[in-house]
Design a protein around this ligand. Structure first.
Ligand code: NAP
Length: 253
């Protein structure tokens, strides 16, 4: 039997990149995955999800596209109501949706600061709050933070602050949900080969790779495999942790 057979999973920001890889891996492991996408360009996002589902050879019923801007608490509540009305309970939540709006602090606008906090941090809070009443005993929450939560990086104060905040949310929720045997962990990816890094100038990416001891960008599968481990029964004694997945770039925790 597959590890995640018929487990109900919500992955936010699953139309592409790391979220799509995590959702695919869960669905291949037998789960029923609600693949969240934001409200803008909804039809386009839905098509992206249909596309990766078909490419992965997954049946329609295994991957359910579900619209909802994670930065909007009403839309998030509606999304989890959809989950509740179809399946009653939830096994796993992955808070993956994220954006960046880079500028040095000196040049950063109020909007750039707020938008990143709203999607990356408020979004995870709204999703956790709505998921908690639905989560089964031994449920799992995994948050996608970032190496820059620990290290900071030039021009990403809003992003780094949101990702560091996510670690505070993770550690606190681990305490609040321990009595129900629900574990809450974060992963902190380094530089991963998605649009988020692909948008950077090639020479910048080259310099980044030169600093990584394993001398390559991470792949979306590198992240998905760790998330699935944390969501598995084998990881039942791991909670409140932040796991680095960064090719050795940062070696603390
Ligand atoms: P990506 O390719 O930009 O994908 C982000 C996903 O989040 C997209 O599907 C995006 O939808 C969705 N999203 C954005 N705003 C949303 C909202 N308000 N509501 C719902 N969904 C929303 O990024 P990625 O590289 O896969 O990153 C995924 C996560 O990993 C993010 O949290 C990111 O911060 C984190 N991370 C990435 C790296 C990296 O190097 N790539 C490193 C560390 C951490 P759209 O298609 O509309 O944009």
């Amino acid at each position: 039997m597959n590890e995640f057979e018929d487990k109900v999973v919500v992955v936010t920001g699953a139309s592409r990149g790391i979220g799509a890889a995590i959702a695919t891996a869960f669905a291949k492991g037998g789960a029923i995955v609600f693949a969240n996408y934001p409200g803008a360009d909804a039809e386009q996002h839905r098509l992206h999800i249909e596309q990766w589902r078909e490419e992965a050879g997954l049946d329609e019923g295994r991957v359910i596209p579900v619209q909802g801007d994670v930065a909007d608490s009403d839309q998030v509540a509606q999304m989890f109501e959809t989950v509740r009305s179809q399946f009653g309970e939830l096994d796993i939540l992955v808070n993956n949706a994220g954006i960046k709006r880079d500028h040095t602090v000196r040049k950063m606008t109020d909007d750039e600061w707020r938008q990143v906090m709203q999607v990356n941090l408020d979004g995870a809070f709204f999703c956790c709050r709505s998921a908690i009443p639905l989560l089964r005993e031994c449920g799992r929450i995994v948050c996608i933070s970032s190496v820059v939560a620990h290290t900071g990086n030039f021009g990403v104060a809003n992003y780094a602050a949101s990702k560091a905040g996510l670690l505070g949310l993770t550690r606190t929720l681990a305490l609040e949900l321990a009595a129900r045997n629900i574990t809450v962990n974060a992963v902190c990816p380094g530089f991963i080969d998605t649009a988020m890094v692909g948008d950077m100038p090639a020479d910048v990416v080259e310099k980044m790779v030169a600093q990584i001891p394993l001398k390559r960008l991470g792949s979306v599968q590198d992240i998905a495999s760790t998330v699935l481990f944390l969501a598995s029964m084998a990881a039942g004694y791991i909670t409140g942790q932040a796991i680095g997945i960064n090719g050795g770039l940062y070696r603390g925790n």
